[in-house]
Design a protein around this ligand. Sequence first.
Ligand code: ADP
Length: 318
Amino acid sequence: MLIAFAWWSVLLYQKNRDAYQAKVELLAMGMAAEGKYHSDDHFYHSQSYLELTKKYQRQEWMIFGEASVFIISLVIGIWLINRGYNKEIEIADQRRNFLLSITHELKSPIASIRLVLETFLKRKLKPEQIEKLGNNAINDSERLNELVNNLLLAAKLEAAYRPHLEPLQLDELTEDLVEKMDEKFPKVQIEHNIQKGIPLINGDKMGLVSVITNLIENAIKYNSSTSPSIKVTLKEMKDSINLTFTDNGIGISEKEKKKIFQRFYRVGNEDTRTTKGTGLGLYIVDQIVRGHQGKIKVLDNRPQGTIFNITFPKNKLI
Ligand code: ADP
């Protein structure tokens, strides 16, 4: 279509020039018949010739302008259609990935709890075996519970999330959660640098718990280092309260950084991925931080890993 438009413009331009030349010849003949044609120089300076030429030049600019508008509109149209099409494909891909991962995430703990119960019924077990299997089943049920909570929270966030604000001591809440995570993941080193005496803030406790646990769990999950190390920092600045999560994990490429906060988005492909997840964690984190008028940034850690930096403006929270 672009070529057709360009060709049409060239043809129109040529036809206009031909018409102009024909009109010039006709004018010259008319003037000669009336005895007004004395010389070429006199003809090219005559009022009629100058008006004709001016009109021709105006028409030339009009053709050029119209052709440009058509071609630019067409290019913008093609670009918009292409962008919409690519977005649709991306959304369909994410939905497919989400369905695959959610099916797996729901089925595997259910299957393992069932196996434990069947083993209890069929076999006589020693007390230490019962304890081990029982603990496995509890961990699986916790995983299921977390998943269902994340799904419910994501659904709630979609239908206009309003944080349930209450006075909170963010330093105590953060330290508490870091300690819980430290117990849950004994192989990972979780350091913290939490400033004491941070002013009381108005925050949604359940939401902020979800932010902190999601970011620590991700820092552990996306870490293939032989000595995984995570650092949580909470600091009061002049106008804000800053909460930072630093890890030495696999890192996130620049391209992916723009997408990871989208609902259902997971880096890579479900068929090849080995980590568990639904792509809801960072979506929830981002929505809750926004609900507190805060901002979240993702940066590279050196030499490797990721930094998630959350800034809560003091004038909105205190
Ligand atoms: P999920 O963990 O369920 O896949 P999230 O929304 O929590 O979903 O994360 C989205 C994607 O961002 C993950 O699939 C992962 O690839 C990437 N990601 C999140 N946190 C980190 C991190 N700390 N280091 C590296 N990659 C991360």
